[in-house]
Design a protein around this ligand. Structure first.
Ligand SMILES: Cc1cc2nc3c(=O)[nH]c(=O)nc-3n(C[C@H](O)[C@H](O)[C@H](O)COP(=O)(O)OP(=O)(O)OC[C@H]3O[C@@H](n4cnc5c(N)ncnc54)[C@H](O)[C@@H]3O)c2cc1C
Length: 240
């Protein structure tokens, strides 16, 4: 059972014009409670306009920094993301749960062929994992299929591009932009795009991770079956 603690906000800074990074300080006496691995999330609790909101956010930084960083993307008015973007400030405190499991990455092997598919703020646990993989010199080949509207709205776009440029043997990113031509594909992630990527990358994936809406998961299940990839290799979280 996860417990809530009061954590101090040490930084609030924009990631994109519609998303914000919130850093939470982990005091020395809570280091054990807030130790985490990539793929974990916390629950944040806040009373906003008289309503007690509880929202989940994946941790996007890597372990060992005495800080937890959340990447929060605006969804609509008056929710927690709106508050985080427009009102939350350095020095404020938030009620935050201890980390819980989300994406079940396999840390037992340091050489795997991995595919991750996501859209929008679904990138956060994958970004944590990709940084961790680079820091620990894992011999993975990680293929990220990442959809958003355009590069400007894509969280961690330049950082991920830099990894792809400097570590092509470890990391490859396919960008699918719904409102821009500068990506690898234009539109939304669909069966044709996934099949094309699998054809380019070969099918021998050890694990496939997806965070996205249910229809994307259904499409992915079909594409994996058509490509002869065992469905047991798919790990997903539905996120609309
Ligand atoms: C395990 C888990 C991890 C998550 N990690 C992250 C993360 O790392 N980063 C992140 O940003 N979010 C993440 N989420 C989603 C997050 O928990 C909230 O649901 C999200 O921030 C919206 O909450 P809110 O309070 O701002 O909006 P709400 O109060 O839920 O909604 C406010 C307004 O926005 C509208 N709205 C809500 N969702 C959408 C949508 N998808 N599209 C369009 N309009 C919408 C509503 O209709 C309403 O008008 C995660 C969710 C889960 C389950």
């Amino acid at each position: 059972m996860s417990q809530f603690y009061s954590l101090k906000v040490t930084e609030v800074k924009p990631i994109t014009p519609e998303s914000v990074s919130v850093s939470l300080e982990i005091p020395a006496d809570l280091e054990e409670q807030f130790s985490f691995m990539p793929g974990q999330f916390v629950m944040v609790e806040k009373v906003i306009n008289g309503e007690n909101l509880r929202r989940y956010y994946s941790i996007y930084n890597t372990p060992g920094e005495n800080v937890i960083k959340l990447g929060i993307k605006l969804k609509g008015k008056d929710g927690f993301a709106d508050y985080a973007m427009h009102s939350l400030q350095k020095g404020d405190t938030l009620q935050v749960s201890t980390p819980m499991n989300d994406v079940a990455f396999d840390f037992s092997k340091s050489s795997q062929k991995i595919m991750a598919i996501t859209i929008g703020s679904g990138i956060t646990p994958f970004y944590s994992y990709i940084q961790y993989m680079m820091q620990h010199h894992f011999q993975h080949y990680f293929v990220l299929v990442f959809g958003d509207e355009n590069p400007e709205k894509t969280m961690f776009y330049s950082e991920l591009q830099e990894y792809a440029r400097t570590s092509p043997g470890n990391f490859k990113m396919y960008n699918i932009f719904s409102k821009d031509d500068s990506g690898d594909y234009r539109g939304r992630i669909n069966a044709d795009i996934l099949q094309d990527i699998l054809q380019k990358e070969g099918a021998g994936f050890d694990a496939v991770y997806m965070i996205g809406p249910d229809d994307l998961k259904k499409t992915l299940v079909q594409v994996l079956a058509d490509s002869g990839i065992d469905e047991a290799k798919l790990h997903y979280r539905i996120y609309s």
